[in-house]
Design a protein around this ligand. Sequence first.
Ligand code: SF4
Length: 478
Amino acid sequence: MMSKQTRQVSQEQIAHQWDCINQIQHLLSVRADAPHFYCQTFGCQQNEADTERIAGMLREMGYEPTDDPKNANVIVVNTCAVREHAEKRVLGIMGQYTHLKEENDDLTICMCGCMVQQEHMAEKIKKSYPRVDIVFGTHALWRFPELLLRRLSGSKRIFDISGDDRGEISEGLPVLRGQGCHAWLSIMYGCNNFCTYCIVPYVRGRERSRKPEDIEREFRELIAEGYKDITLLGQNVNSYGKDLGLGVDFADLLARLDKVPGEYRIRFMTSHPKDASDKLFETMANGTHISHQLHLPFQSGSDEILKRMNRHYDAAHYRSLIQSAREKMPDLVLSSDIIVGFPGETEEDFQKTLEMVRFGQYDILYTFLYSKRSGTPAAEMPDSATKEEKQDRFDRLLAEQETINAARQEAYQDRIVRVLIDGTSNSKQPTDHPLTGRTDGGLLVMCRGDGLKLGEFADVRIERTSLRALYGVEVGNG
Ligand code: SF4
């Protein structure tokens, strides 16, 4: 029984989308050549997972994927709104794609995702990019087949950013995932946290969780298809299940999936400190397949700034979470996000952020200079620090973290780690470590060894380290 606020798209509605897919298939079947689609994704892992759903629908219609937009008959650009810069990049690219129509009138151009979910942006596309055929928002993604069929059947340009903030869960539409051994698996959508600098809650709506049985079904399919490293996705996975009214939380879901037999790893992102718990850390520590990797953004070490960010925790609570996680998992690989230069941040506030970085001893730190986002409360906050002051703090933070990062990497010297071999080095220089892999904690390992195989786990002894990667040799081969 789903709680009243989380709605599931009905089977009839999903069946209608499949019907549209079949009608497009029929439309395309008369073509002499196979039509192609090209998808481009901006932004986060959630957007990448959404693009895999769009690609799945296009492939079912009969389109083949292409890496070259010039060969495409359908182009879909999945947009991001997290920073103004991202939007400028998207608009730049759209300029190029719409020119392709001059040479190819058998081309349908679509835009979707967080940027166009914003009314002012959809209006901008409507006015300034007349060659864009279809614009659909984050809530309308599951209706893509219906929208494309209408356009291919001659309707005028389509703008669908409807759907209220509550959002919906749609199950049963095809997905086309990338090659390789890594897979994204969305477990929930939306966010209820309204951090004052963030646009996500306004473009992705309220938190809504997929049913555990639907997630487990898809998880088992991924394992059966040979995926070895599955990342559970949500803007705030730690609040999974709150809207389901089933008394199931994220730790319960993790424990349920962990029971599925096989050799694989489960990862998850993103966690919010206000919902992280000892129960979660215990489940991770006692799991068979759950990686000892935790991405726990703290954003600022200053309680005053955390309050203004509306983050719902203070520095003391955050420290206790790290302590608890490390006690239960001494081999934990910890990463975080930090925003430098939030409106009103003083040198004293920044010093507290540096203290937290020293306390946290992070393996990986994603650092951002505050970027004003119109439509967010923080955009209206007084901001006295100069660009130079903020940049100076940012540089000092990077220097601090570089020292910590080097020491954390060096601690792996001569250790044997379990690595999932997942690719080949893209180094332009000749390299004696031709393969790439990931540790349980998600760290990059450049590997060598005749017995190493793509998509398989192997024990690797670390023979040298750098800030960016560990370098290792197959155990028993060096
Ligand atoms: S938790 Fe905060 S930063 Fe993350 S998506 Fe939600 S509002 Fe944005």
